[in-house]
Design a protein around this ligand. Structure first.
Ligand code: ZN
Length: 844
């Protein structure tokens, strides 16, 4: 699958560079520099745009780095020498018929003739002076405040990249590849095109100057000297990540509590302003989309936005920019429980689909209503949380598009990959969405969860190729890990933390978003050749080993992992199955070989060293963190005999005689194998039809117990709750997740692990709980689990099942405490770690 030895010839240089000047063809070539002497002048208009000024400076810089020659920059009307390089709007380029305003957004032109070169595209009318040696914050203002096209920069950077062979693989000078060339002469050519994906957004602007953090022992990684705005600005502009229209799509009900909570508590899931004020609005409350008043208020806000009126309250336009108004619910699972809302939920569809019809019906209705008064208004709904999966039987209005929140790093799972693409197709074909945006989570798995780092350039390049092949694709947002840097104890800006680790996922996306005709294999090959020179093959072997390992089906299968697991829940997958000692030794040997191949003191050696510091040492550090944690030494999987006998009377009191004959099982460890802050315990008995659990959770702060969810649904788990996991031996197939809060509300889910939407499939467990609260002491639940929905019949003596009893405690502190009977070593969704229960005859 991975090509480790074949280098594909780079095919996308439009005009090859001429090294020796051939006298016969000299006349038809444009000579910019000969033998280190400038033979051209860079000409800007009398009042050049900010974009054109930066383009001129950056062109001058690269020509000097290539040849040693400083090609002068003049304003039109000043004296010139030799060939003319016309950058942005000038009278001369105007006379040739080229005017920036005639270009579309992100469109540009490179036109080379023997006596002149034209580099032009659409810029804005911003003319602020650019100081090239400064931090270039002038370009940040330009980028952030206006929807600033950078067409002239795109022209200059395309010329440098395609014609002169320059690359910008990483920010700062070490990331620049600039071929040395004493003479720069080019063939006539003409290239006019636009960047393919119109919307390209990343955050933040500045980069970590060191390109990776390797001070692992530091309490925090955030130092002011890491902050490098100039290198960030240049990296984003050179790689055409900036220059598209502004895009801002996010949780769209921001501050609606302050605007409407007191007057219209019925618009929110709490139905009470008093309750709402006690909660974190964004993370614990949601709007009630069944309220007509809320719909009309939302419609009015959108109308105001398109009418150009000022924001009616702060945050009302938080999810809007330019042509688009985005719609997305609050960032939590506490959905409204009113009857009209609940009637629209489809829990049987699975946890990423249960609200799809509810949410998309609302967005579609907004789309239909706004188009009557504002035919140019366009909405983007975010496919996120419980409305990620395309809705059933809904045809989108022509002005409703979708932004899908995506995790291609999970594509090691073939079924997940197929399912993900099937969902995209369904949004486009079944729902008829005419615009598709993506929110790419390039931050997962979180770097601070000490992961096996996903160095997966090919997965990302191929995925970008797929997306850009879809006619509806408009680009989107790429979320990178960022850190706040501190100065004198105060926050002093944000930096992109780990470019070395992230560029494998980001860079190739940027290239293909710009030009989807690029060949993925050629892009990858030239990356190794150009960036690592004599160490290209060795670095390729190192990167390929990491990418192969990330996707290794055998290691993944052995670990029992499935795509839903990410973050800290994967620690054991990462370090016991992927980053094993044997694999780490191999990776180290491969990098050592790369170090040997890169000449001492060369820029190639410095880049290999960056891979050492930013990737290999990070892997080693993360593995060490794991080995030193309780996760590497989990207690044995507990086993329990469950007697089949009489059923206890269930009233939440737990004092039935049946319970007296069985012993308590203690829940005393967290999911990460630390001591539990609050103890819990349980007993289990069965009759032929049901399993019964008595679970007791000690709780000193019963008045702080979170109990929001009064009905069925996943929000039960966002309360103080007991979570059960049940599966039949052997593990590897279907398993069940059950949840109960202190109100006795139930959550039930069947998971078959075949992919993103493999959950539930209209399964219902018919389980129930009776709960009793003992003030500032404990809460007790008696739970009945009928066998019929799980196994289709009564349980038999000798049968072995898998069970885990877990607790989500919120009453203790701001941080949720996860404890479990069998220690999972991460997320609870770890069937291999479920405890074993064996059914035996009751002894009387
Ligand atoms: Zn409601």
């Amino acid at each position: 699958m991975l090509h480790t030895s074949s280098f594909v010839k780079v095919s996308f240089i439009v005009v090859s560079l001429v090294s020796a000047v051939d006298a016969r063809s000299e006349a038809r070539r444009l000579v910019l520099v000969r033998d280190g002497h400038p033979l051209a002048t860079i000409v800007l208009g009398k009042k050049p745009t900010t974009s054109a000024q930066l383009a001129a400076f950056d062109l001058q810089y690269h020509l000097r780095m290539m040849s040693g020659a400083t090609v002068p920059i003049v304003r039109e009307g000043q004296k010139t020498r030799g060939a003319l390089i016309l950058v942005g709007d000038t009278d001369r380029s105007g006379a040739l018929g080229y005017r920036g305003e005639d270009f579309a957004h992100s469109e540009f032109l490179v036109d080379a003739a023997p006596s002149r070169l034209v580099l032009i595209g659409r810029d804005t009318g911003d003319h602020e002076e650019v100081d090239y040696e400064s931090d270039l914050s002038v370009l940040c203002r330009y980028h952030a405040l206006t929807q600033a096209p950078l067409g002239t920069c795109h022209a200059a950077h395309t010329f440098l990249e395609r014609v002169l062979g320059v690359r910008w693989y990483l920010p700062t000078e070490i990331g620049e590849v600039i071929p040395e060339q004493r003479t720069i002469a080019i063939e006539p050519m003409k290239l006019r095109r636009a960047v393919k994906a119109p919307y390209r957004a990343t955050h933040p602007y500045a980069v970590n100057r060191n390109l990776c953090y390797d001070d692992y022992k530091a309490v925090d990684w955030q130092h002011d000297e890491h902050y490098d705005l100039r290198s960030g600005v240049l990296y984003w502009i050179r790689n055409k990540n900036w220059g598209g229209p502004r895009l801002q799509v996010n949780h769209s009900f921001v501050n609606w509590d302050r605007a409407f909570g007191a007057k219209h508590p019925e618009w929110f899931s709490t139905k009470s302003w008093e309750k709402m004020q006690k909660l974190d609005y964004q993370f614990q409350t949601n709007p009630c989309l069944s309220q007509e008043g809320l719909f009309q208020a939302n419609l009015q806000i959108i109308r105001d936005y398109y009418d150009g009126k000022p924001e009616p309250f702060q945050g009302a336009y938080w999810s809007a920019s330019g042509a688009y108004f985005g719609i997305c619910l609050n960032d939590n699972g506490s959905w409204c429980r009113c009857a009209p809302c609940v009637a629209q939920y489809r829990p049987e569809a699975g946890d990423e689909a249960s609200l799809s019809n509810y949410f998309w019906t609302y967005v579609n209705r907004l789309g239909r209503a706004i188009t009557r008064t504002h035919p140019r208004a366009a909405l983007i709904g975010l496919a996120y949380s419980d409305y990620t999966v395309p809705p059933q039987d809904i045809r989108f209005e022509p002005n409703v598009g979708v932004m899908i929140c995506r995790m291609p790093y999970r594509y090691w799972h073939a079924a997940y990959h197929r399912n993900d693409y099937a969902q995209i197709r369904s949004f486009l074909e079944d729902c008829g969405a005419q615009t598709l945006f993506t929110w790419e989570y390039l931050i997962h798995p979180w770097v601070d969860s000490n992961p096996f780092t996903p160095v997966i350039p090919r997965i990302n390049a191929r995925d970008a190729k797929y997306l850009t092949g879809l006619a509806a694709f408009r680009g989107g947002y790429m979320q990178l890990h960022l850190d706040a840097v501190m100065k004198d104890g105060a926050r002093n800006g944000l930096v992109w933390s780990h470019p070395v680790m992230d560029h494998f996922r980001l860079y190739f996306r940027l290239k293909i978003y710009d030009d989807p005709s690029l060949d993925v294999e050629a892009l990858l090959s030239e990356y190794y050749e150009k960036f690592y020179g004599p160490a290209a093959r060795q670095v390729l072997a190192f990167v390929a080993a990491l990418e192969q390992r990330w996707s290794d089906p055998e290691a993944r299968a052995a670990s029992g992992a499935f795509p839903h697991q990410y973050g800290s829940s994967n620690a054991r997958v990462w370090w016991e199955h992927l980053g094993t000692r044997a694999f780490m030794n191999r990776a180290e040997a491969l990098l050592k070989a790369a170090k040997r191949a890169a000449p001492v003191g060369s820029v190639y050696a410095q880049r290999v060293d960056l891979l050492d510091r930013g990737v290999l040492q990070l892997l080693r550090n993360n593995r060490r963190q794991f080995a030193g944690s309780g996760l590497a030494n989990l207690p044995p999987i507990p086993e329990l005999d469950v007697p089949i006998g009489a059923a206890p009377r269930l009233d939440g009191r737990g004092d039935d005689a049946v319970w007296r004959h069985v012993a308590w099982q203690r829940i005393e460890r967290t999911n990460m194998n630390a001591g539990a802050p609050a103890a819990s315990r349980f007993k289990a008995v069965a009759d032929r039809d049901r399993l019964y659990l008595l679970v007791e959770c000690t709780e000193r702060f019963t008045e702080r117990i979170v109990a929001q969810m009064a009905g069925r649904g996943p929000a039960v788990l966002a309360d103080d709750s007991i979570e059960l996991f049940v599966s039949k031996e052997p593990v590897g197939g279907r398993y069940y997740q059950l949840g109960y809060n202190t109100l006795g509300s139930v959550f039930e889910l069947a998971l078959d692990r075949t992919g993103k939407s493999g959950d539930t499939a209209s399964w219902r467990g018919d389980t129930s709980a009776r709960v009793a609260l003992h003030a500032n002491e404990r809460w007790v639940a008696e739970i009945a689990i009928p066998w019929q929905p799980f196994s289709g019949g009564p349980v038999k003596e000798g049968e072995i099942w898998r069970l885990n009893v877990c607790r989500n405690r919120r009453a203790g502190s701001d941080k949720v405490e996860f404890t479990n009977w069998s220690v999972c070593g991460g997320g609870f969704h770890n069937p291999q770690r479920f405890g074993r229960i064996r059914f035996v005859a009751a002894q009387r």
